[in-house]
Each structure stands twice: as structure tokens, then as C-alpha cells.
Design a protein around this ligand. Structure first.
Ligand SMILES: Cc1ncc(COP(=O)(O)O)c(C=O)c1O
Length: 427
């Protein structure tokens, strides 16, 4: 297989974009932030509009919509290798909301517990714990990945108090994949559960939570639909029913009770207990269409193609004068994301030139992973604060590819980047 040829399924992948020198076909390299939208997902969305109605009321339209909505839970479990007899998928707006639900649940379990997170996390997988409980960060080792010695020493140090270990399934900055199955084995050995943030995983490579009786089983995962080609709100927290049924939700309102009067509340079982208010039915069903498309193409095929794109991109980027690529020799990079800086040119300038002069949309700054970017740039807290205070800020330029990007787009980008590095004008 040489090319997946998926561009034809994407809306707006080649829409002309205005630049300082005229219109050019757009190059979208910011898939980590949000992906462009799959046509089949939008077609599903549009097909629902004429029959759109309330869920769970007696009408044939409602039956169709309710069935598609509820079946999305099975699609999610299939995608992440959850156990339909033990795990449930709770619908959320996005992964941030899902992780806040998880943090709230663990907080109820033991407010004085210690959560082990890592320096590599997006803030969505750090702040929900940090603001509720003592949260310790596992260091990044010499090899650029999670320092397993530091992890074990923290498990030892806080033995008995660590109930949750939380780690990303792939970095949104460098594409590094942490050893989450090894971390799961260790977490379980020390009596803790593990959450893997699969928001940068499910659209790139096959993932499984593994069976519950496996030592490397992943207890919880969460993701966002808009990063998996749906373009709309929608996401999920997946975890064990028996555990989740014990706690109260993050949000309260209608739909979460079986019975209520002025003297008592009987809560619904999960997932309903965690889904207060009217759900984003259309968003959820559109997410289902996007996830089914990914499974149909095959995550293994997507992975294979994207790894080729990544290798080509990395090799070409190394030729750009005065470039600093973060973790360019890492054997752990598993998704096609590269963060870099050009010596002597601010990340903001490089990003603006790429976007405004060449129509290449990319990510810039701390890209939501402030602690990790600070670490990659080797900045102390004082230096980071000084950069913030001075208004200069600190950060990287990030290229993040998706399944529909092409080698030709990479060539165009490299040509633009070389011109920027050498101070040449765009045309
Ligand atoms: C690794 C990771 N986790 C969580 C999030 C948060 O995703 P969302 O804003 O869709 O909730 C992001 C967003 O970029 C991310 O990259």
C-alpha cells in the first residue's frame, strides 16, 4: 500500500486559502488541535436533520435516533477494546469533560490520595487532578520518555495513597508514546488504577484496554470526537460499571435519577448517572459515523501510512538550516507530530509566516502542554515566568499530520520552511 488516498473523504482539505501573495490550496497540519471533518460523518449528520427529534419518546423517528445514539456506546467499546460486560461508555462533550468526571469520582473516593501524573501531559490530564488532590508528576527520563525508575520510586514513596495513575497515550507535542502497559502493570501491583488519555491515539493507531484479568489492563480511557474527524462536540469516558456506580456525578440535573421526591434521590445507573441534561444527540451520532469510518479504513493501515509520512517529514525537516527539533532521535515517536523551533526566529513569527504567507495551518506555543514544553525548552520556572511576564512567551511550532495528508504537502511545507529559515520572501 503506497497511499491511503483519503483526501476525497475530507471536507475542506484543499479549499483555497488567502495568503499575503494570493490564494493557494490550503495545507492543514494542525490535526492534533482538531482534525478536518469526514464527509461520511457530516453526511450522517445531515441525514438526521429531517427526522431530528427528542430521544426516548414513542415515535418511529425517536426510535431510530435513540437506537443510533445508544449504539454509539458499543462502537466506542469496540474501538478501544473495552469489555461490553464490564465497561461502560459515558458520553461527554470532550475529553476535558471526561477527565474532570474521572477526577471528581476519584476525589470522592479519597480526597487525601496522591494522583501520579506525568510531565508529558496536556493540561486536560493534569489540572482536573491538581486542583482537587495532591498530584505528583513523574519525570521524563534521559531517553525522552517516562522515567520508569522515578515512577516506581513515587509508587513506593506514596504507597497506599496512590489510587490513580494518569498518562497520555501519545504526546500532543512530540508524538512520543509512553509505556502505558508497563505503567499499568506497576500501577496494579501497587493497588492503583490507571487512566490513559487516548485523545491522540484513537485516530492514529490500534489501541486496546486489554482484558480485565490482564495485569496490563487499562482501567479508564477518554477521547474527543473533534480530534477524530467528526468536527462536533462529543467524547467519552470509558471505565468499569461496578466502580463508577459507586460515585456521584460532576453535573447534576434531569436524566440522572430513577426516582426523586423532596426527601430522597435514587440515582440512575451509569452511564446515565453521569449524563445530566439533554445530550448532544447529533454530535454523538456524528462521532459514531466518524469512528466507524476509522475502523473501516483500519487503524493499522492508518498507522502504517502515517508512520511513512512521519519518517519522510522528519528526514526533510532535518535538512532545514538552524532547526531544532524536539526529540528528533526518539525511538518512541508513534504518531506523526513534530515540534521545532528555528534558531533566532521566534516561534510566533515562524507560525505566522507559515500560516499567512503560505497557507499552512499549524500549532504554536505551549499547545496545551505547558509543563512539557517548558521541559523541552529547558526553561526553569523563573525563566518561563519571565517569558510570560515580558509578553514574549515561550513555545514551539508544531506540525501534526493526519491520515489524509500527503507527501506533496510535506514538500510544499519544507520549501516554505527553508525560505523562512533563510529569510527569503514567500514568492
Ligand atoms: C493529549 C491531549 N489530551 C487532552 C486534550 C484535550 O482535548 P479537548 O480539548 O478536546 O477536551 C488534548 C487537546 O489537544 C490533548 O492533546
Amino acid at each position: 500500500m503506497t497511499n491511503l488516498n483519503l483526501k476525497k473523504y475530507i471536507i475542506g482539505a484543499n479549499t483555497p486559502i488567502e495568503t499575503t501573495t494570493g490564494f493557494t490550496p490550503r495545507v492543514y497540519f494542525n490535526n492534533s488541535a482538531t482534525t478536518l471533518i469526514l464527509k461520511p460523518a457530516m453526511e450522517k449528520f445531515c441525514s438526521l436533520l429531517p427526522i431530528y427529534t427528542y430521544i426516548d419518546v414513542p415515535s418511529s423517528n425517536s426510535e431510530i435516533i435513540t437506537k443510533m445514539y445508544e449504539e454509539t456506546r458499543d462502537v466506542i467499546l469496540e474501538l478501544v477494546g473495552g469489555d461490553p460486560n464490564k465497561d461502560i461508555a459515558i458520553f461527554t462533550k470532550n475529553s476535558t469533560e471526561a477527565i474532570n468526571v474521572l477526577a471528581q469520582v476519584f476525589f470522592q473516593d479519597a480526597p487525601d490520595q496522591v494522583v501520579l501524573s506525568t510531565t508529558m501531559e496536556h493540561l486536560a490530564n493534569y489540572l482536573p487532578y491538581k486542583t482537587r488532590m495532591q498530584t505528583e508528576l513523574i519525570k521524563i527520563g534521559e531517553n525522552g520518555n517516562i522515567d520508569l525508575d522515578d515512577y516506581v520510586s513515587k509508587l513506593e514513596k506514596y504507597q497506599g495513597r496512590v489510587k490513580l495513575v494518569t498518562v497520555t497515550g501519545a504526546s500532543n507535542v512530540t508524538g512520543v508514546i509512553p509505556p502505558y502497559y508497563t505503567m499499568a502493570r506497576l500501577a496494579h501491583k501497587y493497588g492503583a488504577k490507571i487512566f490513559v488519555d487516548v485523545v491522540q491515539v484513537i485516530q492514529h493507531f490500534p489501541f486496546t484496554m486489554k482484558p480485565h484479568d490482564c495485569e496490563a489492563h487499562i482501567d479508564f480511557v477518554a477521547f474527543s470526537a473533534h480530534k477524530a474527524y467528526s468536527g462536533l462536540d462529543g467524547g467519552a469516558l470509558v471505565g468499569p460499571f461496578n466502580f463508577l456506580k459507586k460515585y456521584l456525578p460532576l453535573d447534576f440535573g434531569s436524566g440522572i435519577t430513577k426516582f426523586i421526591d423532596s426527601s430522597q434521590i435514587i440515582y440512575s445507573d451509569p452511564p446515565k448517572k453521569y449524563e445530566a441534561g439533554y445530550p448532544d444527540v447529533l454530535g454523538i451520532i456524528t462521532m459514531r459515523a466518524a469512528l466507524q469510518f476509522l475502523m473501516k479504513v483500519g487503524l493499522a493501515n492508518i498507522d502504517k501510512y502515517e508512520r511513512r509520512l512521519y519518517k519522510y517529514l522528519l528526514c526533510k525537516m532535518k535538512e532545514v538550516p538552524s532547526i531544532k527539533i524536539y526529540d528528533d532521535n526518539s525511538p518512541f515517536v508513534g504518531i506523526p507530530y513534530i515540534s521545532f523551533n528555528l534558531k533566532g526566529i521566534s516561534f510566533k513569527t515562524v507560525a505566522s509566516k507559515l500560516g499567512l504567507d503560505y497557507g499552512i495551518e499549524i500549532g504554536k506555543g505551549t499547545v496545551g502542554a505547558d509543563l512539557y514544553v517548558q521541559f523541552l525548552l529547558g526553561l526553569s520556572n523563573e525563566e518561563a515566568f519571565e517569558a510570560y511576564n515580558s509578553g514574549k512567551g515561550y513555545g514551539v511550532v508544531r506540525i501534526s499530520l493526519g491520515m489524509y495528508n500527503t507527501f506533496e504537502e510535506i514538500d510544499y511545507f519544507i520549501c516554505a520552511l527553508k525560505k523562512i529559515a533563510c529569510g527569503y520572501p514567500p514568492k
